[in-house]
Ligand binder design. Structure first.
Ligand code: G3P
Length: 497
């Protein structure tokens, strides 16, 4: 058996694989971007074969760059974009349609109908989530209702449903294992997070046959072994968690009150609430932080759909930057006297507004507004949205204790400009760790400790190291003025107006 851990991070825009040695150092990595399909306004799809091929490429590249082979890998951990929905034929293994991505809004009308029928309270009570197209259940329903012959096949038990983790496990084990972990299950709208099981009432509500569902396991459970035909030998899959949950783990946010905020395609702030299932009064999600050894740890989550995607828009849509890392430099050159706000509701607004029909808007444009101000508005929008989330979190968490730390990760946090503005607008310190690959580290740790190769929770938490703390410097009157401008911009963007 080898002494390395292979961790796969299947994200929204690219697939990555990292190889870690026994001392938890990264020794090789591979990455591949893949196509995004936007067949209609608000629709977002991925080709399942692109997902698989990019993962396969990333694994092979990571091993090659590390100078290792599959023989050197002791276990695999998987983390993934959550909620994205796949349905495939159990016999042929062929997906019946493209993957419907978490950002996809096509099921807004299904959600609205269920809301009008008064069903949201039941859904929230059981799942901690809201009736929003973001989650998987309405996407499965759409597939069964719109792909010819799908419902009959599902009723005959011939179709399997999975989020991306489940699909990858299925592919890696060549169809031997149809399983997910509790964190991914908890994002489907079909899983009772208090009981820790699929819920018949919700399955009936969304008209989804139970036979489609994967088996739900602990994050550090046994997910079978890779089929020898894939990497040349069977390797155990011993860690699985949705990417935001893996980041909680990778940031060692194991104690109640600790918050991590990850800036990937979207931004997701997660507050560990320990074994207390806190029901949000402020439109946040209650979710499973992780489940290990049969014990569930809960969290409050704020989900923003567009963070790094706004920088991608500057690069690929507006073409005002050549690469993402240019955005901070451009923003710093912006005219400080212009108050430009971007509300990046490209696919609606997530927490705490949950407005699927809203679309993006800019405010305050003048003849002097140029690329610099656009860049600054895009970066600042991410920080304002984080402020909305943390404000809601603090309200929900009052009475339970104080939020203790905010640890950040993801591509955007490399920008000092953005992180300083974040600390300023939050009026709170922001901790950036040395290890920025926290999501993939979380998945690797689940697998590494599951097989006894890596340290347990306490020792792992002690290995977390801060690279920089951003401390608020902004005058409070300026902060209040900026936040008021943001709130006004959002209120003018909401679809009800
Ligand atoms: O809920 C969606 C989330 O898991 C996607 O994460 O990193 O691909 O933006 P990311």
């Amino acid at each position: 058996m080898g002494s390395h851990i292979l961790a796969i991070d299947q994200g929204t825009t690219s697939s990555r694989a990292l190889v870690f040695d026994a001392a938890m150092n990264v020794v090789g990595q591979g990455q591949k971007e893949f196509a995004q399909h936007f067949p209609q306004s608000g629709w977002v799809e991925h080709d399942p074969e692109d997902i698989w091929e990019s993962v396969d490429y990333a694994i092979r590249t990571a091993l090659k760059r590390a100078g290792l082979s599959a023989d050197d890998v002791a276990a695999i951990g998987i983390t993934n974009q959550r909620e994205t929905t796949l349905v495939w034929d159990r016999k042929s293994g062929k997906p019946i349609y493209r993957a419907i991505v978490w950002q996809d809004r096509r099921t807004a009308s299904i959600c609205n109908q269920l809301k009008s029928a008064g069903k949201e309270a039941l859904v929230t009570e059981k799942t901690g989530l809201l009736l929003d197209p973001y989650f998987s259940a309405t996407k499965v329903k759409w597939l069964l209702d719109n792909v010819e012959g799908a419902r009959a096949k599902a009723q005959a038990g011939d179709l399997a449903f999975g989020t991306v983790d489940t699909y990858l496990i299925w592919r890696l084990t060549d169809g031997a294992v149809h399983a997910t972990d509790a964190t991914n299950a908890g994002r489907t709208l079909l899983f009772d997070i208090e009981k820790g099981e699929w819920d018949d009432q919700l399955l009936a509500l969304f008209d989804i046959p139970a036979s489609m569902l994967p088996d739900v396991r602990d994050c550090d459970g046994d997910f079978g072994q890779t089929d020898a035909s894939i990497l040349g030998r069977a390797i155990p899959i011993r860690g699985v968690a949705g990417d935001q949950h893996a980041a909680v783990i990778g940031q060692a946010c194991f104690a109640p009150g600790m918050i991590k905020s990850t800036y990937g395609t979207g931004c997701f702030a997660v507050l560990n609430t320990g074994d207390t299932l806190v029901r949000s009064q402020n439109r946040l999600l209650t979710t499973i932080a992780y489940r290990m050894g049969g014990k569930t740890i809960y969290a409050l989550e704020g989900s923003i759909f567009v963070a790094g995607a706004a920088v991608q828009w500057l690069r690929d849509g507006l073409k005002i930057i050549g690469k993402a890392s240019d955005s901070g430099r451009l923003a710093m050159a912006a005219d400080p006297k212009q108050n430009i706000y971007l509300v990046p509701a490209f696919v609606g607004l997530g927490a705490p507004y949950w407005d699927a029909e809203a679309r993006g808007a800019m405010f305050g444009l003048t003849r002097n507004t140029g690329p610099e101000e656009f860049a600054r508005a895009a970066l600042e929008a991410v920080c304002y949205q984080t402020a909305d989330l943390l404000d809601a979190m603090q309200k929900d968490w009052t009475g339970h204790g104080a939020a203790t730390v905010l640890r950040v990760d993801g591509g955007m946090v490399q920008s000092d400009y953005t992180m300083q503005f974040l600390a300023d607008i939050l009026d709170a310190p922001v901790d950036r760790p040395h290890m920025l690959e926290t999501t993939v580290l979380g998945a690797a740790w689940l697998a590494g400790q599951a097989i006894g190769l890596w340290p347990g929770q306490d020792e792992f938490a002690r290995s977390w190291a801060r690279e920089h703390q951003f401390v608020p410097e902004m005058d409070s009157a300026v902060r209040e003025e900026k936040l008021a401008g943001w709130r006004d911009a959002v209120s003018r963007t909401l679809s009800g107006r």
